[in-house]
Design a protein around this ligand. Structure first.
Ligand code: NAP
Length: 354
């Protein structure tokens, strides 16, 4: 089993790290001398050109999910956050086939202590694929984590790409980082898409192809929409009952959400009590929907190579584009997180690594 490395790979790099939990302005340090990790079996080392900020990064920086991370053996400091990979492969570990040194790739890695807010990151080879030429590194960094997360929610609701044509999909929060890409993918697969956005996001959602856009600040979507196959929560779980009210009866209809009480319950009540309460809540809500023969699911980001390949194909064909609200240099990572944490982004916040 061979590994290979580009001859110019240095041993140290710049990386945005935190040494404790706290506010972005208090805890971020851009280290100049962080060690460059070495790819293990089945992994590649990527020279990062860009990454993006996801709301989960801001929450983890504040300590959210710490108990689950500890259970998974990935707690501790210094911690480099970030999940979106976009750059060039500079080394491959033993056992890697199908990815070559020098190849431009993109994808999203699972939570770890060595995230993507850094000049170099290690990622499992099967979690990245070739970056379409049509996408810049910044654009490629804006898509994978947000899309794969929302895709997990669509799948949890029962949505399938092969039967998507003609399906009626409601996306709550079409203007956010997850919404902008999910809306376009659903349209490209032939679905009818309705979405909600605040006043500053309405035109954007229309430009991206949404069939119906409702300003959630002035109108109640549940009074205007009905008979939907799928409702996907990408913003506010307090509107769950309204989203369920616009669904048709099953089978084949369903609700999926990215915003749910699993991690908050575990953080507040501990792994056992929080986990049991979350499981009981999920089970009772599932049963309530099963009585109407509808799907119901809570979703978490999940690597999904087939979905990533579909995303690459649709971007390569020009049917899905990245929507970038702001771009910050790595040195301004604290400002980038503050912007995302305010919850008003229209599309994604990208971090240029250079
Ligand atoms: N479970 C997971 O694994 C997972 C993974 C990814 C994301 N998430 C969660 O999913 C949510 C969405 O992520 P994101 O990256 O899309 O966030 P984001 O980029 O911060 O979303 C911000 C957008 O949401 C809109 N918005 C806020 N409240 C809304 C509402 N009630 N109805 C419609 N639109 C609303 C805002 O519009 P205005 O400014 O006009 O209000 C803004 O454009 C976050 O809570 C995130 O933590 C979870």
């Amino acid at each position: 089993m061979h590994s290979s490395t580009a001859p110019t790979t240095p041993s140290h790099m710049r990386a945005a790290e935190i040494g404790r939990f706290g506010t972005a302005q208090d805890v971020f340090e851009v280290a100049e001398n962080a060690p460059v990790p070495a790819p293990g079996h089945g992994e590649v080392l990527v020279r990062q050109r860009a990454t993006s900020v996801n709301p989960i990064d801001c929450r983890r920086r504040g300590g959210y999910g710490h108990k689950l991370m500890k259970l998974r053996g990935i707690a501790g400091f210094p911690l480099t956050l970030g999940n979106d990979v976009s750059g060039d492969v500079v080394a491959v570990g033993p056992g890697v086939t199908g990815v070559r040194v020098g190849e431009a790739v993109f994808g999203a890695k699972e939570p770890s202590r060595q995230g993507t807010y850094a000049e170099y990151c290690v990622v499992k080879a099967d979690q990245v694929i070739r970056k379409p030429d049509a996408l810049s590194y910044a654009e490629a960094a804006a898509l994978p984590y947000a899309f794969l997360s929302a895709w997990a929610a669509l799948r949890a609701a029962g949505f399938r790409p092969e039967t998507a044509a003609g399906k009626r999909v409601f996306l709550q929060g079409g203007s956010g980082g997850t919404g902008v890409v999910t809306l376009q993918v659903c349209k490209a697969l032939g679905a009818h898409v309705a979405t909600t956005a605040g006043p500053a996001g309405v035109d954007l959602c229309r430009e991206l192809g949404a069939d119906e856009v409702i300003n959630y600040r002035t109108q109640d979507f549940s009074r205007q929409l009905n008979d939907f196959d799928f409702a996907i929560c990408l913003a506010d779980q307090a509107e769950e009952a309204k989203m369920l009210s616009i669904l048709r009866g099953g089978p084949g209809a369903g609700y999926g959400t990215l915003v749910h009480p699993l991690m908050p319950l575990v953080d507040q009540k501990g792994l056992f009590r929080g986990g049991v309460q979350a499981a009981a809540t999920l089970m009772s809500r599932r049963l309530a929907q099963a009585r109407r023969r509808r799907g119901y699911g809570w979703a978490l980001f999940k690597p999904d190579r087939a979905a990533l390949e579909m995303l690459a194909r649709l971007t390569g064909e020009g049917r899905v584009k990245a929507v970038i609200d702001q771009t910050y240099p790595l040195s301004d990572i604290a400002d980038a997180q503050d912007y995302v944490e305010r919850g008003r982004a229209k599309g994604k916040v990208v971090v240029a690594i250079g």
